[in-house]
Design a protein around this ligand. Structure first.
Ligand SMILES: [Zn+2]
Length: 348
């Protein structure tokens, strides 16, 4: 058990066996032995290892509840292996905390989602759009923008895991199902519209993937779903009109702030729904490229969302005497002193 968890932590750190060995004063070969369970580090070495790898030493001994194989995410060809390993390790670590917390409750207060899967196969992108609308309707969203997508997903039984590894340009999240808890993984930093689009896109994978006509491209469908989920067609038409020759940049910026969807996704939406022509679409895209706005859109970025559900549940479990202080601190990845400061709101 130690070996596997140790290997995972090293993989997440991006350090080679030699680099790690050098920084804690043992050979690369010794690191290999630890990973293969052929040797155990002494306490002082263990403490140095934990420090270098940025984990608490008890991390190495936490019982394994999740095997990597259970995380069925789509491998992203575009991601370097190192990044993928980091993401995997971070997701597994957070998912394990969730499972541990879940298994501590006699009756976990979060229900698995009541899935509203498409009744029929979806044959066109318009079908996908309609389906996104039907989910909005079932979830009682009206025609307004979604203020807090994270809270909305959590309210419907999804677990949202946010990781900081997502680098600029990596729009991909992933989703997984572990012990029938669906998990949506997205980035914790960057422009909030990107994070929200990722969440909506991954929600689509979870809901749609088995209901798509084989002629449809799943990625495009998930994009379309995400766009319509965040900015429904009726609202878009109300905001910018049914047909337009050209779009103003500042108007896109206000749409972005109002609906939490990027300006580029708004343009794409206007094109997909035939509000603007192919020519206008190409023109605006060119403008964005030439100004360097593809990577960073003009104006204030949209704020990133955060998830507090896990923390809230840990405190609730503490308050209901399901767990004690040290377990609460461990689940939150804090030492007791840090935990005390948080628990008593900095006053003790
Ligand atoms: Zn996708």
């Amino acid at each position: 058990m130690f070996g596997e968890r140790f290997r995972r932590a090293r993989s997440a750190s991006g350090l080679s066996m030699k680099e790690l060995g050098d920084s804690v004063g043992v050979s690369a070969n010794m690191i290999k032995k630890y990973e293969h369970g052929e040797s155990m580090p002494s306490s002082p070495v263990l403490i140095r290892l934990a420090k270098t790898l940025g984990v608490k030493s008890e991390y190495f001994f936490r019982p394994n509840t999740i095997v990597l194989g259970e995380i069925q995410y789509r491998k992203r060809a575009s991601l370097p292996k190192k990044t993928l390993h980091k993401i995997e390790a971070e997701v597994v670590d957070q998912a394990e905390r969730w499972m541990e917390l879940k298994n501590l409750w006699p009756n976990f207060p979060i229900d698995s989602p009541n899935l509203d899967l498409p009744v029929n196969t979806l044959h066109t992108y318009e079908d996908v759009e309609m389906y996104a609308n039907s989910i909005r309707e079932k979830w009682g969203l009206g025609s307004q923008g979604i203020t807090d997508l994270t809270a909305l997903l959590e309210e419907h039984g999804y677990i949202v895991i946010m990781i900081s590894y997502a680098s600029e340009g990596m729009c991909d999240g992933l989703q997984a199902v572990i012990e029938d808890m669906p998990i949506i993984v997205c980035q914790s930093n960057g422009d909030g519209t990107r994070q929200r689009f990722t969440m909506a896109h991954e929600l689509a994978h979870h809901l749609l993937s088995s209901s798509l006509d084989s002629n449809l491209d799943e990625e495009l469908c998930c994009h379309r779903f995400a766009g319509s989920f965040l900015l429904p067609l009726d609202s878009l038409k109300r905001e910018i009109g049914e047909k337009r020759h050209s779009l103003e940049i500042a108007e896109l910026y206000h749409l972005k702030q109002r609906y939490g969807i990027s300006m580029q996704a708004c343009i794409r939406r206007a094109f997909d729904t035939e509000i603007i022509s192919q020519t206008e679409y190409t023109n605006v895209c060119k403008l964005f490229s030439s100004r360097g706005w593809r990577k960073q859109e003009p104006g204030e970025p949209y704020r990133c969302e955060q998830s507090s559900l896990f923390t809230r549940l840990v405190y609730r479990a503490l308050g209901e005497h399901i767990i004690g202080e040290s377990k609460a601190a461990e689940l939150l990845g804090k030492n007791l002193m840090e935990f005390h400061a948080d628990r008593f709101m900095g006053k003790e």
